[in-house]
Design a protein around this ligand. Structure first.
Ligand SMILES: CC(C)(COP(=O)(O)OP(=O)(O)OC[C@H]1O[C@@H](n2cnc3c(N)ncnc32)[C@H](O)[C@@H]1OP(=O)(O)O)[C@@H](O)C(=O)NCCC(=O)NCCS
Length: 198
């Protein structure tokens, strides 16, 4: 499969975007492959069972995650993983169309999850920066984060750190465990590059 990270300066040199990790080694960022799906499914399931990062009531299995992976890659969008020196998966991120209507074709939504044991040391920031660069290089103009729970202050801080600004709060628009929860919308204009959408 074509590695869509190729062509970017940092990818060509094998460098990561994380030049100054807060603790330990900087993670490597690369395109995800189907062989990563077990680890990706496990990381996603981990935070669904005890976290604020998703709306899903049931934990998707590997087959469902494989369908999502194929849809993202089929749309020409990036799905990235962060790995340690032994190529263990520390986290993942991907973009997806914000909405299907053609008027939104320049806008993507991000999704990002880091393994519990790898949080708080810059992995999420590295992943998000790489996703921003790749989407910009493919000609997308805007990235939206839909923070599915206003209490997810870590995700809000992560996105603020990467240049997102809160552009709206939808009071009670979501529901978790039978209780209404607020949804935070964040947005970032992507840097203009010479790239264009395939
Ligand atoms: C949100 C998430 C992806 C962040 O990943 P991470 O690797 O821990 O993030 P980083 O270490 O790069 O930290 C980024 C910023 O988040 C904030 N942050 C990180 N850990 C934090 C914590 N425990 N408490 C408060 N803020 C925190 C900091 O502002 C940090 O930037 P700084 O260290 O320069 O101040 C991760 O916590 C996660 O996977 N959470 C569960 C899933 C989820 O909520 N996904 C987002 C759905 S919208």
């Amino acid at each position: 499969m074509l590695d869509i990270t190729s062509g970017l300066p940092w990818a060509a040199t094998g460098q990561t975007l994380c030049q100054a990790p807060r603790r330990g080694h900087a993670p490597s960022i690369r395109s995800a492959t189907e062989t990563d799906l077990d680890a990706i499914t496990a990381i996603y399931a981990e935070q669904l069972q005890a976290g604020l990062g998703s709306w899903e009531a049931t934990v998707p299995d590997r087959a469902v995650m494989a369908e999502r992976f194929a849809a993202v890659r089929g749309a020409g969008l990036p799905w990235l993983v962060a790995t340690d020196q032994a190529d263990n998966i520390l986290g993942f991120t991907h973009a997806r169309p914000f909405r299907a209507l053609s008027a939104y074709r320049g806008t993507v939504e991000d999704c990002i999850h880091v393994a519990r044991t790898a949080r708080g040391r810059g992995v999420g920031s590295c992943l998000l920066e790489a996703l921003i660069q790749l989407c910009a290089a493919r000609g997308y103009r805007q990235m939206i984060a839909v923070i599915g729970d206003a209490r997810n202050t870590t995700s809000i801080a992560l996105h603020e750190r990467s240049g997102f600004k809160i552009c709206g709060v939808l009071p009670g628009a979501g529901e978790k465990s039978g209780e209404p929860v607020d949804v935070v919308l964040m947005q970032r204009t992507l840097p203009h590059t010479m790239g264009g959408r395939a």
